[in-house]
Write a protein that binds this ligand. Structure first.
Ligand code: AHG
Ligand code: MN
Ligand code: MN
Length: 301
C-alpha cells in the first residue's frame, strides 16, 4: 500500500497527511545530493553550526532542500533545524504547523557511505513544544533501501521507496521487541558512575555492542531488534550532546509509540518543556526495561 493511501486509511488529518507526503518527497531530493556532494567541504569554505560542529556540504544541502521547499509550499508556519541559528517563520503559511528537524543525521558517515538519515517532528504550532505534543514524528533512513518511519499517534509504520519512487508499506504497527543490543555514545573515561554501572549491568547480561555514529540508524536497528541507545551526560558536559528538539524528541516519540521509552536518565524526555531550540540533553532510548534500569541507577546516585 502506498503511503498516501495508508495515511488516508488511518484517517490522518488532511493537512498533516499532505505535509508528511511532502517531506517524504523532499527526502528523495536530498538523496540525489549523495551523488554529487563531497563528504567534506573545500578548505576555506568550511562552516560550523550553533553546536560548534563542522557542517558538511550535504548537511547544508539537505537543510536548504527542506527549507526552500517548505517556504515555497507554505505547508508549515515555523521551521527550526539543527543547521539554523533561529526559528524560520514562513509568511502566508497555509497551516500553523511547526517543524523541528535534523536534516542530515550521521554526517560523519557521509564520506564512507554508511547509513545516515533525516529526523523530523511536527508540532501543532510553536516549535518550542514538548515531544508528547507532536502531531507526528518521522525519520527517513538512507540505507540500502530508503525508508520512512512515522507515527501520528496511531502506531509506528515503515515505508520504503520502490522502483518508481513511491513510498510503499514495509512494516505496519512496529513494536520494539525484547533484545540485547546496546549502542553507547561518548567516551568510557567520561562516564558518570551511575551510567558506568548501568553499562556494566547490560554487558553482564550479554548485550552486544552496536554503535555506528548515526543516531537515526542505531535507533532504527533498536526499533527492530530491541535494546537501548544512549548518548549520556558526561563529566564536564552533563547536558550531553544530542539535540532535544531535532533528535531526541522525534525519535523518542516514535520509540514510545512503539512501546519503548525515552529518558534523560531521570525522567521521560517527552514531558520536558524545551527552554531553547538548541537545548541538548542526555538521551536513553529503547526498551522500557533498560530505561527503567538507568533511572533506578540514577536515583541511587
Ligand atoms: P549529526 O550528524 O546530526 O551532527 O548527529 C551526530 C550525532 C548522532 O547521529 C550520533 O549518534 C552522535 O552524534 C555521534 O557522536 P560521536 O561522534 O561523539 O560518537
Ligand atoms: Mn544528528
Ligand atoms: Mn545533523
Amino acid at each position: 500500500m502506498r503511503l498516501s493511501d495508508f495515511l488516508k486509511k488511518q484517517g490522518t488529518e488532511k493537512n498533516l497527511a499532505e505535509l508528511i507526503l511532502f517531506l517524504g518527497r523532499q527526502s528523495l531530493v536530498v538523496k540525489k545530493g549523495f551523488l554529487t556532494m563531497p563528504g567534506k567541504g573545500p578548505e576555506g569554505e568550511r562552516t560550523r553550526n550553533v553546536f560548534g560542529e563542522e557542517q558538511m556540504p550535504l548537511d547544508k544541502y539537505a537543510d536548504g532542500v527542506f527549507i526552500d521547499a517548505l517556504r515555497q509550499a507554505r505547508l508549515a508556519r515555523y521551521i527550526a533545524t539543527e543547521e539554523q541559528e533561529q526559528i524560520i517563520e514562513i509568511p502566508g503559511a497555509k497551516n500553523d504547523f511547526g517543524i523541528v528537524m535534523d536534516p542530515l543525521d550521521g554526517s560523519s558517515l557521509i564520506d564512507v557511505n554508511l547509513c545516515i538519515g533525516t529526523i523530523i517532528g511536527i508540532c501543532p504550532g510553536n516549535v518550542l513544544d514538548k515531544g508528547s505534543r507532536f502531531l507526528a514524528a518521522l525519520y527517513i533512513l538512507y540505507g540500502p533501501l530508503t525508508t520512512l518511519t512515522y507515527t501520528t499517534g496511531k502506531g509506528v509504520h515503515e515505508f520504503m521507496v520502490d522502483e518508481s519512487g513511491e513510498f510503499v508499506l514495509r512494516h505496519q504497527d512496529l513494536r520494539i521487541p525484547d533484545g540485547k543490543i546496546y549502542a553507547p555514545g561518548a567516551l568510557r573515561k567520561d562516564w558518570i558512575p551511575a551510567h558506568a554501572r548501568w553499562i556494566e549491568d547490560l554487558e553482564k547480561s550479554g548485550y552486544k555492542l552496536r554503535f555506528s555514529g548515526s543516531f537515526v540508524a542505531d535507533v532504527h536497528q533498536i526499533l527492530h531488534k530491541g535494546g537501548v541507545f544512549t548518548y549520556p551526560g558526561i563529566k564536564g558536559k552533563d547536558a550531553g550532546k544530542l539535540r532535544l528538539l531535532y533528535e531526541a524528541n522525534p525519535m523518542g516519540r516514535i520509540i514510545a509509540e512503539a512501546g519503548g521509552a525515552v529518558s534523560n536518565g531521570k525522567e521521560d524526555l517527552l514531558n520536558i518543556q524545551p527552554a531553547s531550540i538548541s537545548q541538548v540533553t542526555p538521551v536513553y532510548i529503547g526498551g522500557k526495561k533498560e530505561i527503567a534500569l538507568i533511572e533506578k541507577f540514577m536515583r541511587e546516585g
